[in-house]
Design a protein around this ligand. Structure first.
Ligand code: COA
Length: 378
């Protein structure tokens, strides 16, 4: 029998290359993130989220006819079946938005029989529907739980604009909508993170797109993955003011408590996504005339760099950005899903294209040669 100390298993599969993928790559040493060969900065500067979704799914940027066609398809599917909204109305009002999203996406499957097929054409159609509808579901749940009328999607709007519109009942101004669109671009893909790997494992059994995405949502919900953006804002609210930061950080480090939104398993330098979100947090602070959260974040960033040589990750400044966009704290992680759906579905399509069942081995550390003892003799 082997023991833990002799183990050849890799804890958490760190360093294990589990798939070949052309979708995205993370260079943690140099702080570079690419989608299909394009630097994230170039895409954030120039592209729309819809263009990035096309890129992730097809391996190249769309021409204008292709982009219009895909955007039209998204818009045609923003509305979810009325039954799904009725179903949501029966959920407890205090249900976690991520749990609602997981259940509702799973239920969408009932209304898309063609989506059960794993050939590229049908699976892409399912990917289009889920990408269109996941934002609708997240926004609709916030309305339902607050006893507000669900806002009908506006098919003249982009995915980012429509989400903000359905959430608030009024359109975002162009600057805010563009910031939100870029935030979706920044969160779209991040190689084999836990939720994306989950979607590939499920897709690898040739289960359908809805099942694979449902599993991805479940994985994203965990506090060690998508939940950190909410945790950052809770931490800032708990600290309350800039003069309490130094003491808070000092105590946290002494007590070996982690500062949320700082550090990364892969990036050992600035996370390129944080560069953009820092800018957005500042812009939102100036727009709202409320610089407190940005100033506090900057102070934490400075201290953590000085004391631990650690940098902010994607969640750090997205927290104050979304907060100042008046987005409820518990919708920060669903917003991650509204974006990451593009990476998940891209990876699922890639998995279907060249499928092999994902079936690793476990290193057995249990007993052997046990003999069955009849119940009455135990
Ligand atoms: N605040 C304070 N200390 C931190 C820290 C943080 N955010 N992140 C890591 N550390 C410390 C650990 O306590 C550990 O210290 P030690 O060596 O004295 O025990 C050391 O740095 C290594 O930590 P570890 O968790 O093993 O590093 P990792 O690279 O595997 O972890 C994260 C990466 C993201 C899991 C980790 O940085 C973290 O938990 N960050 C906060 C949560 C978060 O923002 N998650 C979102 C990630 S996108």
């Amino acid at each position: 029998m082997s023991t833990a100390t002799e183990s050849t298993a890799s804890a958490g599969l760190r360093g294990v290359v589990a798939a070949q993928s052309a979708i995205g790559d993370v260079d943690g040493v140099n702080g570079v993130l690419i989608y299909q060969g394009y630097d994230i900065h170039e895409l954030a500067e120039n592209a729309t989220f819809e263009e990035v979704v096309y890129l992730l799914w097809n391996g190249r940027l769309p021409n204008s006819a292709e982009l219009s066609e895909l955007s039209e398809q998204f818009r045609a599917h923003y509305a979810v079946p009325a039954d799904i909204i009725e179903l949501m109305k029966r959920f407890p009002k205090d249900a976690e938005p991520m749990d609602v999203l997981r259940t509702a996406v799973s239920a969408l499957d009932f209304y898309d029989k063609a989506g059960h097929s794993t050939d590229r054409d049908n699976a892409t159609k399912a990917a289009i529907k889920i990408t269109s509808q996941i934002g609708t579901l997240a926004a609709a749940w916030d309305r339902v739980r607050n006893d507000k009328e669900v806002v009908k999607p506006d098919t003249s709007l982009s995915i980012a604009e429509n989400f903000l519109y359905m959430l608030r009942g009024e359109k975002a101004d162009p600057e805010e909508a563009r910031m939100f669109d870029i935030a979706l671009i920044l969160h779209a893909d991040h190689e084999l993170n836990a939720s994306t790997f989950t979607t590939r494992v499920v897709a690898g059994t040739l289960a359908d797109m809805y099942g694979a995405v449902t599993a991805g949502i479940a994985a994203l919900a965990g506090p060690l993955h998508g939940g950190a953006n909410t945790a950052v804002m809770k931490m800032l609210l708990e600290i309350g003011s800039e003069d309490k930061i130094d003491q808070f950080v000092e105590s946290a480090l002494e007590e070996k408590r982690k500062i949320m939104g700082i550090g990364h398993a892969v990036y050992k330098t600035e996370d390129p996504r944080a560069t953009w979100l820092r800018k957005f947090s500042k812009t939102m602070a100036e727009r709202k005339g409320e610089t407190k959260w940005f100033d506090m974040s900057q102070r934490i960033e400075k201290l953590m760099l000085e004391k631990k040589g650690m940098y902010p990750n994607v969640d750090f400044y997205s927290a104050s950005t979304y907060y100042l966009m008046d987005i409820p704290l518990d919708l920060f992680t669903p917003i991650f899903a509204v974006s990451r759906i593009s990476g998940w579905t891209g990876h699922i399509l890639e998995q279907y294209d060249n499928n092999k069942l994902i079936r690793p081995r476990a290193e057995y550390i249990g007993k052997r040669d046990q003999k069955y003892v009849p119940l009455e003799e135990r």
